[in-house]
Design a binder for this molecule. Structure first.
Ligand code: SAH
Length: 237
């Protein structure tokens, strides 16, 4: 998709200065990636004029595209230098996946809502990203075929850190995930794999994400319960 609208380009540069740099995002690769990705391309047409507002916005299926600052903050916390293999859980619109794809070597991203997975894959392909791979599945189980990962980022909040994800990190790998007892209020934590069976955890910020629904997450529906046991379809899109 051509990115020719000068007003949107100016709004994006202003977003990087006022929302990211002013709040302490300093990683040059993250700032450059946030300057490169046209967030409007991931929004429904009627919301495109709001693409660079300092807020999350609704996409389809009751889900949201994260606030630019939180995308930058989470990706900065992954401490990427370039060329890594990264797993994202919660593709949503595909926006954060494309920011990751500007930095990493390969990005594997999983979305449990089929319609969102298909739409994100189409948007990413239209924008020319060839290093992002979208899977329709329950991401709490990770994507073992491409593991281990240098970094894993989860864009939905779970009751605990899914063991499958911890085990798919490389030694020294970083996992950033919102975790909390309430399905809608969480602490953003960074888990670093220190040894084969040793992980270190740091609290980064208080956040509010949509619930992580799946076998190692919350149960579907309003109950806000942890899942006991469930199967799941897996299919590439
Ligand atoms: N990164 C996205 C924001 C995603 S919002 C963006 O930039 O637009 C969180 C997404 O996580 C939602 O689309 C939701 O459907 C998805 N999700 C929730 N639980 C999931 C799971 N177990 N596996 C994969 N995706 C999940």
């Amino acid at each position: 998709m051509p990115d020719a609208d000068p007003e949107l380009t100016a709004a994006r540069d202003a977003m990087v200065r006022r929302q990211l740099q002013a709040r302490g995002v300093t990683s040059p690769v993250v700032l450059e990636a946030m300057r490169a990705v046209p967030r409007e391309a991931f929004l429904p047409v009627r919301l495109r004029e709001f693409a660079y507002e300092d807020a999350p916005l609704p996409i389809d299926e009751g889900q949201t595209i994260s606030q630019p600052y939180i995308v930058a903050f989470m990706i900065e916390a992954l401490d990427l230098r370039g060329g890594e293999t990264v797993l994202e859980i919660g593709t949503g619109s595909g926006y954060a996946a494309s920011v990751l794809a500007e930095i990493a070597g390969e990005v594997f991203t999983i979305e449990r809502v089929s319609q969102l997975a298909q739409k994100a894959a189409a948007t990413l392909s239209d924008l020319g990203y060839r290093n992002v791979h979208v899977l329709h599945a329950d991401g709490t189980r990770g994507w073992p075929e491409h593991a281990p990962y240098d970094a894993i980022v989860v864009a939905a909040g779970g009751p605990e850190v899914p063991p499958s994800l911890k085990n798919q990190l490389k030694l020294g790998g970083r996992l950033v995930i919102p975790v909390g007892d309430d399905p809608r209020v969480q602490e953003l934590v960074r888990v670093t794999r220190a040894a084969h069976d040793e992980w270190r955890s740091e609290d980064l910020a208080d956040v509010r994400f949509v619930p992580l629904i799946g076998e190692e997450g919350w149960e579907e529906g309003p109950s806000g319960r942890r899942v006991q046991k469930r199967g799941g379809d897996r299919g590439a899109v």
